[in-house]
Design a protein around this ligand. Structure first.
Ligand code: GLA
Length: 675
């Protein structure tokens, strides 16, 4: 992996692969703990996240703490050899807090106040909330600083899940302060936001407000800076908690659980402030390929971490928060979990240990279901524990990839602002489509920032990289000049970091790299497709442009831009840059991806039947081939070594049952690379 090299603190316990999940003992009578601990031992649980929603149970009234129950939980975990990922408990202020401090409640863009009664009912900019959260985190840190169970701090929980933006007056003041810091003078803000347009010029700072509900399109610069500010403001909450934790326990690693490709938070900026990158991943049933998305989220986390990371939460079976909550098929719990491990996770956690009897999540699956031990889920939970124990030597090993998808939150926010050529632009969907084509080929992919070092990659894909700074454009050009292969897709390189269009023809700063000039966008109507001269077809987008040095690989074969380049390839320095002026999908995208992968000289991890995923983790001493069979048929893959889950030798052919997983410590890693 090129992306990023960082050294981070890692929890001293547990050894091997961490296994467990969220434990919410405050929901249950204390007498149940002995039963819980016995069952945890049966499942092989070695870590638990404790205290995520315990603010009300710990600080029972302002400044009055009841520690006894948590002391006993922590002592019991230590006694059972279970590592605690101890939460700072700040994710859900109790009713007494919100009632006493109604000015801390979050407000939507239309002015609606969000009341307490669910969770995360606070304004990220509220100094009252922040002070209370830091105080609570500090009290917890001092209480358990030297507790033997303490392995890691779990800061807050899923920042921004329900309150990623607050539009109240306190937030407005914080936004102004943030803007003053960024721009210095109002004049610079007026320029950056292009306020000459629509008579929007500001003459005093207190006229500047968040992009609250307004008559029509709010100023794009204001919206983009607001997105940046909201991410930074929650990061500031997180950093304030980290500061007090580090003051008390400098050697205990800190994490906060991310949420995969979560648009409101720029995780590339967050990552540098955390010791352990951890993620919550839930299968999204509305996606075409939920399991490919699982791999994508793992690849993103690994890239943010620059190495191993933690899967903090996923679901043993159904969740409760989608319109239709599909249960997992037999075997899927284990297969999904091991997919995360294959992508670099050194921990597998679930939400949650025991299924709640009451509350909004009582129909969310848990490791221990309502029906108890004699269940599919429990048997798989125990089976997974045994599997992870067999894989303990894999912990610490790394996943290498020669392909990167370039993604930036800044560009994502800007690309999907309103009043654009089409509403059909879906950056995450486009990334998923590319990732899924590479996934089909067993080509492992990093997801990296356009600012990162691209030097170690052979192939770099830039899907809809709309906003590009001068430095990022030069970074991409240097990568290609040095011999790399790049693929850039439509609506990339269009604006600078202020969301101002780069003049002289699209795609602005990338014209020379791509050898094309585009004069007008011709987005397609919903459902419309356009035929290309190579018999593939595009959707979403077409454009009126011409090659300016690039070789035309395919033209638009019909419609108003017939004859214009749809796919081009430009030799640049020692490398080449492809440009896609339309949106390829399905087999057309797969065929194109195969072509560029071959051209870049990237070899797939293994040759497998469709729907059978292969990923490799390696350490200096060994390499491990993970084969995940997502199909309903048994599969065979060529490899020699020892299959770690069964302990059996594999000579030549690994057989993986339908829906199952095989992990082989390879004898001849190089021989396993077959394409
Ligand atoms: C998130 C939260 C958990 C729980 C799960 C349910 O991951 O962190 O508290 O609500 O979602 O899927």
């Amino acid at each position: 992996m090129a992306g990023k090299t960082v050294s981070r603190l890692w929890p001293a316990t547990p050894a091997g692969i961490a296994y467990g999940g969220d434990y919410n003992p405050e929901q249950w009578p204390e007498e149940m703990r002995q039963q819980d601990l016995a069952l945890m031992a049966e499942a092989g649980v070695n870590f638990l996240t404790v205290g995520v929603f315990s603010w009300a149970a710990l600080e029972v009234s302002p400044g009055v703490f009841e520690w006894g129950w948590l002391d006993r939980v922590m002592d019991d975990l230590a006694g059972a050899g279970i590592a605690a990922d101890l939460a700072t408990a700040t994710a859900s202020p109790p009713p007494w807090f919100s009632h006493a401090n109604p000015q801390t409640l979050p407000v939507r863009a239309d002015g609606t106040k969000l009341w307490w009664g669910s969770r995360q009912a606070f304004c990220p900019s509220s100094p009252i909330y922040r002070e209370a959260a830091v105080h609570l985190a500090g009290e917890i840190a001092r209480r358990y600083a030297s507790h033997p169970a303490l392995a890691m701090w779990h800061v807050h929980n899923e920042y921004g899940c329900h309150n990623s933006a607050c539009y109240c007056d306190v937030s407005a003041g914080a936004f102004r302060a943030w803007l003053a810091e960024r721009y210095g003078e109002l004049k610079a803000l007026n320029e950056a936001w292009g306020t000459a347009f629509w008579s929007q010029r500001y003459t005093a700072w207190d006229q500047v407000i968040p992009p609250r509900r307004t008559g029509t399109f709010a100023n794009p610069g204001q919206q983009l800076d607001w997105a940046r500010f909201c991410s930074e403001e929650l990061l500031a909450c997180c950093r304030a908690e980290i500061a007090v934790l580090k003051e008390v326990t400098p050697d205990i690693p800190v994490t906060t659980n991310m949420m995969s490709l979560f648009k409101p938070l720029d995780y590339q900026r967050w990552a540098d402030h955390l010791d352990v990158i951890s993620n919550d991943h839930y299968l999204l049933n509305f996606l075409e390929r939920p399991e490919a998305d699982l791999s994508l989220s793992g690849d993103l986390m690994r890239s943010l971490a620059g190495g191993p990371w933690w899967l903090m939460e996923h679901s043993p079976s159904a969740v409760n928060w989608q319109p239709f909550n599909l249960a997992k098929a037999p075997g899927q719990l284990v297969r999904n979990s091991l997919t995360h491990v294959a992508r670099g996770a050194d921990a597998v956690g679930f939400f949650q240990w025991r299924a709640s009897r009451a509350g909004a999540e009582k129909y969310h699956s848990a490791m221990l279901p309502h029906a108890g031990r004699d269940t599919k889920v429990w048997r798989e939970v125990v089976n997974l524990g045994a599997n992870l124990a067999s894989l303990s030597e894999v912990a610490g090993s790394r996943v290498e990839s020669k392909v990167a998808i370039v993604h930036s939150w800044d560009s994502w926010w800007a690309a999907e602002l309103d009043a654009h050529p089409t509403m059909a632009l879906d950056v995450a969907g486009h990334i998923r489509a590319w990732h899924s084509a590479l996934w089909d080929m067993n080509v492992t992919t990093d997801i990296v920032s356009p600012d990162s070092n691209l030097g170690g990659y052979d192939l770099v894909i830039a899907p809809n990289l709309y906003l590009l700074t001068d430095e990022q454009a030069s970074n991409l050009a240097a990568f290609v000049r040095g011999g790399g292969t790049a693929v850039v897709t439509y609506f990339s390189g269009i604006v600078d970091s202020d969301d101002h269009v780069r003049l002289g023809g699209y795609p602005g700063m990338l014209r020379e790299l791509l050898g094309v000039v585009v004069e007008e966008f011709f987005p397609l109507a919903p459902g419309e497709t356009v035929r290309l001269s190579d018999s593939s077809s595009g959707s979403v987008w077409s454009e009126l442009g011409r090659a300016d040095g690039a070789e035309v690989v395919a033209e638009f074969a019909e419609g108003p831009v017939a004859g214009c380049p749809a796919i081009t390839r430009n030799a640049f320095g020692s490398g080449s840059a492809f440009y896609l002026a339309t949106h390829l999908t399905g087999d057309d995208l797969l065929a194109f991806a195969r072509r560029v992968v071959a051209q870049a000289g990237v070899r797939p991890v293994a040759d497998t039947p469709k729907g059978v995923e292969a990923v490799r983790r390696s350490s200096p001493d060994a390499s491990y081939l993970f084969v995940l069979n997502h199909t309903g048929q048994p599969a065979e893959v060529e490899v020699d070594g020892v299959e770690l889950l069964s302990g059996e030798r594999v000579e030549g052919t690994l057989r993986v049952a339908a829906g199952a997983v095989g992990v082989v410590r390879e004898e001849r890693p190089s021989a396993a690379v077959r394409s």
